[in-house]
Ligand binder design. Structure first.
Ligand code: NAD
Ligand code: KPL
Length: 303
């Protein structure tokens, strides 16, 4: 069965190239005829692993194609996912599966609501990749991807494709735990790196702020029924700060390169959830206020 992959960005390319390399049928979905022409000129997707580039001449089409889709990997940023799903909904078979590869929370539920009936599998990934040029992606960090379906716990048969493609993965009946945990880690680290203009390791200079955020995030996770995701959060945040000390967080990179952030699906989602529950989390709210002011001062979107 063909894997349609929307988004020839970092993770979409990383998945498409590995699936194609395993001999599986893959088709990329690009935004426009212009992007398709650029892609054709590039001669395919290039994946650079350990400095070695390899080009994959994967078939591509635009959003306007009308052939039915049975399996879709939606690998856009969280703020683009719902629009993309709306565009592709008429092409999705009634029993289609859509894998949602977005960071944070909120976008997956919005897509699943819109695509009612189709199976929506949520994914949370710690793999790292970045675009070096158009249609050229560097595989920057080994990691793992958890997949799960909050409505149907049974693992799908197509996980065998990921196995064949060498994509490290695990089916998780508790995918929301994984997504909440990653969201909490991102909320404790990413905004502070932007506000203090530092690498992740620079947060060792602000132990009090990190500890206060972790305490509030732990309260929030517990109140949201995510007790497992709350366990030892502070220790894990300190471990990630050490393990990624030399890196700039994804939000730091977005802001420094003048790109829209996924704030609405990370800190914004956490603050909205706290608000809905009537929880007062002053440190988290204060970081959100400062971050929004920081984005506004740079003319970046606030959502
Ligand atoms: P990206 O910006 O590199 O790629 C997204 C691609 O989707 C872009 O090429 C964009 O043009 C395309 N797109 C968006 N809407 C489209 C549409 N309607 N039609 C066609 N194309 C469309 O993003 P990414 O880094 O691959 O990240 C995807 C998600 O994965 C994000 O939520 C991100 O936070 C998460 N994530 C990324 C990494 C990483 O290392 N890059 C790691 C973990 C998680
Ligand atoms: O996922 C991350 C990111 O930068 O988005 C880490 C490294 C965990 C920091 O929150």
């Amino acid at each position: 069965m063909t894997w349609h992959v929307l988004g020839a960005g970092s993770l979409g390319t990383l998945w498409a190239a590995r699936l194609a390399r395993a001999g599986l049928p893959v088709r990329l979905i690009l935004r426009s005829d212009e992007r398709l022409a650029d892609y054709t000129r590039a001669g395919g997707l290039t994946l650079i692993e350990q400095g070695a580039p390899q080009r994959y001449a994967i078939a591509a089409e635009t959003l306007d194609n009308d052939a039915p889709i049975q399996r879709l990997l939606l690998a856009s940023k969280a703020y683009d996912a719902l629009d993309a799903a709306k565009r592709l909904a008429p092409r999705l078979a009634q029993d289609a599966t859509v894998v949602l590869l977005q960071n944070g929370l909120g976008s997956q539920d919005a897509v699943a609501r819109h695509l009612q009936g189709r199976r929506c599998v949520y994914a949370s990934s710690t793999e790292g990749a970045f675009r070096q040029a158009d249609f050229q992606v560097v595989f920057a960090g080994a990691g793992h991807t958890w997949l799960g379906d909050p409505l149907r716990p049974t693992a799908p048969q197509w996980l065998a494709d990921l196995q064949a493609a060498g994509i490290p993965h695990q089916w998780s009946a508790e995918i929301l735990d994984k997504l909440w945990r990653k969201l909490a880690l991102n909320c404790a680290i990413n905004p502070l790196t932007v506000l203090h203009d530092c690498r992740n390791g620079g947060l060792r200079d602000y132990p009090g702020e990190v500890a206060s955020l972790c305490a509030e995030l732990t309260t929030l996770l517990q109140a949201c029924g995510q007790a497992a995701a709350a366990e030892h959060l502070h220790e894990d945040v300190l471990r990630v700060i050490d393990a990624t000390a030399a890196n700039y967080s994804s939000m730091y990179q977005d802001v420094s390169q003048g790109r829209r952030t996924e704030i609405r699906y990370l800190l914004g989602y956490a603050c909205a959830a706290a608000n809905d529950l009537g929880l007062s989390l002053p440190h988290l709210s204060d970081v959100q206020r400062r971050l929004l002011a920081h984005l506004a001062a740079r003319g970046l979107p606030l959502d």
